[in-house]
Design a protein around this ligand. Structure first.
Ligand code: F6R
Length: 609
């Protein structure tokens, strides 16, 4: 949600800024804008809609040779998506331009005060208030940085922002509190962004700002300080991401690319972390020695959406392998219900982006109450990774498609390693541990085999693409798989999909079964096989079509369609059973002509409540 790009250097700024916005499109937005500064004048161009609409708007006037500017993609929170509400926003004199991610919580009070002071507000946004406040502070502040600092003292809420002052063409001031800001260090030029995706085709040397930090950025330098005026010292780090990670590379869309990257992503997550000799896993980033691991009496996984379902898979793995109680809860519910924080529990905050506000708030609540919380995060340097301080990085590589695939898979793979580690410091035998290690090592090849069966899943998806509703059913290991399958289908195809525990079907939802209601039933080869076969029979007896997703040998003719998955270690079945459901959702959405990577109303990073 929302994206920021800034540039200062010797290149013409507009193309750099617009290209940067294009690279942030995947995050989700509904308007875009750019402001450039030249000869004491700030020129702002905005457009509701896509970055291509902004490009068209820019093409209507002569290109500016300005070499400094800021740009933004906006996901509407205060006020509708419109040219007027799009960023950048200016103060009354057109001296200050601001782009801002996050939400100013006391915006109403700030706006009311500005109006009372005679300021005419032209937008409905919280951000416009910032431009006026900073401009007012400039009357007395010795520098732009001081003016920004002073203005932010009266601001409550979250922000990542960049400020341009028409009287200071040689600097940008940026600030961060709760919304990421990263500086890209070039050769005689500097970039600013809310996401490294906008920078990596220019530079891999980056500086992540911390919450409560500001920076003044010029073409050849930067200096950082805190909101209370203490200097901070930040060395650039090198990110191992390259521009190709954000390119389609011959694929039709990012979801397909990312599904096919799964074998490689799993191998990366496992690299250096499996120990054959002691039949365990090494997760050095946890910062927990065997005694601390043994002291854990309970594990709770927290995440939102698919990350929550991955947490549910993780909880099952922990209970099975380590025999300690474990569960998962949506981070959003956790943060709002004044949770009882168990001093003997290990809390795991799960997030691909590392930016999801509800998950971040759950971590903050836990830390405030003295809970032991670690992160399971994909994006290094992200807010949740930093807030947790320790954990397990997912190493899935950048995930661009809104629908999570490889990151979710790597979450579950990481939880299998965590469960193995927790099990091996307890009673999981070396032989059982070795079985899991071998099963994990085999996963990339197994996922390859599933992907090789894509055309069969495509055929099945096309057969049922007309359905307006679908059930996804599973028991125990299959239950979070069913939930994730339903989630994938609804988010990219807009087909109503509902997940149920198989045994609950007969307590109500069975009434919905008829020829127009297909059910996807998850059937792992485990001790519940006979029960799952019974579920399929109950549905078919009522005329409901069934697609079975299984690694078991089912009786001939049991289901209308069977999607076969290779066998692995039973505890790891959820990882493999999830993959064909991605393909099913993908091909249903394709058959219905949906925009795969940018489903309507959704954003990749949900940084608002
Ligand atoms: C579904 C999906 C979302 C995310 C959720 C959490 O495919 O992508 O449900 O899983 O918004 O996002 P992260 O993992 O970035 O915290």
């Amino acid at each position: 949600m929302c994206g920021i790009v800034g540039y200062i250097g010797s290149r013409v700024a507009t193309p750099v800024l617009v290209e940067g916005l294009h690279r942030l499109e995947y995050r989700g937005y509904d308007s875009a804008g750019v402001a450039v500064l030249r000869r004491g004048r700030i020129t702002v161009t905005k457009a509701a809609g896509r970055v291509r609409d902004l490009r068209e708007r820019l093409a209507e006037s002569a290109p500016s040779p300005a070499t400094v500017g800021i740009a933004h993609t906006r996901w509407a929170t205060h006020g509708e998506p419109s040219d007027r509400n799009a960023h950048p926003h200016l103060d009354a004199e057109g001296r200050i331009a601001v782009v801002h991610n996050g939400i100013i919580e006391n915006a109403e009070q700030l706006r009311a005060k500005l109006v009372a002071d005679g300021v005419e507000l032209v937008s409905e946004t919280d951000t416009e208030a910032l431009a006026h406040l900073i401009a007012a502070e400039l009357a007395t502040a010795p520098s732009l940085e001081d003016a920004v600092r002073a203005a932010l003292r009266g601001v409550e809420g979250t922000y990542g922002l960049v400020v341009l002052d028409r009287t200071r063409p040689d600097e940008l001031v940026v600030a961060r509190n709760g919304s990421p800001i990263v500086l890209g260090v070039g050769d005689g030029e500097m970039f600013v962004a809310s996401d490294v995706a906008a920078l990596v085709h220019h530079t891999q040397r980056v500086v992540f700002l911390d919450d409560g930090e500001l920076a003044t950025v010029s073409a050849g330098a930067y200096r950082t300080s805190t909101l209370d005026s203490r200097r901070t010292s930040k060395e650039p780090t090198t990110v191992d991401l390259v521009a190709d990670d954000y390119e389609l590379g011959g694929h039709s869309d990012f979801m397909r690319k990312e599904m096919y990257e799964q074998p490689e992503a799993i191998a990366r997550a496992l690299r250096g972390r499996l120990d054959e000799r002691f039949a365990t896993a090494h997760l050095g980033g946890l910062g927990l020695d065997p005694m601390a691991l043994r002291a854990v009496k309970r594990v709770k996984f927290l995440g939102c959406g698919s990350a929550y379902y991955a947490g549910q898979m993780g909880a099952t793995l922990v209970e099975e392998l380590a025999r300690i109680p474990a569960d998962a809860e949506p981070a959003s519910e956790f943060r709002y219900r004044n949770p009882v924080v168990d001093p003997d529990a290990l809390y795991v905050a799960i997030s691909q982006s590392g930016e999801t506000l509800d998950t971040l708030a759950a971590v903050q609540e836990l830390r405030r109450k003295g809970g032991l919380v670690i992160g399971a995060v994909n994006v290094v340097g992200s807010a949740i990774a930093r807030e947790c301080g320790s954990g397990v990085f997912l190493h899935a590589g950048p995930e661009v498609s809104v629908a999570s695939t490889k990151a979710l898979t790597n979450m579950t793979v990481s939880f299998a390693m965590l469960a193995l580690l927790l099990g091996r410091v307890r009673d999981l035998s070396a032989a059982a541990g070795q079985r899991i290690v071998t099963g994990l090592r085999a996963l990339p090849e197994r996922v390859d085999e599933i992907l090789a069966g894509e055309s069969e899943v495509e055929r099945i998806a096309k057969r049922f693409a007309h359905a307006r509703h679908m059930f996804f059913l599973g028991r125990v290991r299959g239950w979070p798989v069913a939930r994730e399958g339903a989630q994938k289908l609804k988010e990219i195809s807009y087909v109503h999909a509902e997940a149920y525990q198989s045994a609950e079907l007969k307590h109500g939802p069975l009434a919905l079964i008829d020829a127009e209601m297909p059910s996807v039933v998850i059937v792992p080869e485990d001790e519940l096989l006979a029960k799952n076969i019974g579920t399929i029979e109950q549905i078919r007896a009522r005329g409901g079509p069934v697609i079975a997703v299984t690694n078991a040998d089912l009786p001939d003719g049991l289901a209308d369609e069977v999607i076969r998955v290779p066998r692995g270690e039973p505890e790891l079945d959820p990882i493999l059973l999830t993959v064909p459901l991605q393909l099913l959702a993908y091909h249903t959405a394709t058959a219905l002509g949906r925009d795969i990577d940018k489903p309507r109303n959704l954003a990749k990073s949900v940084t608002v409540e």
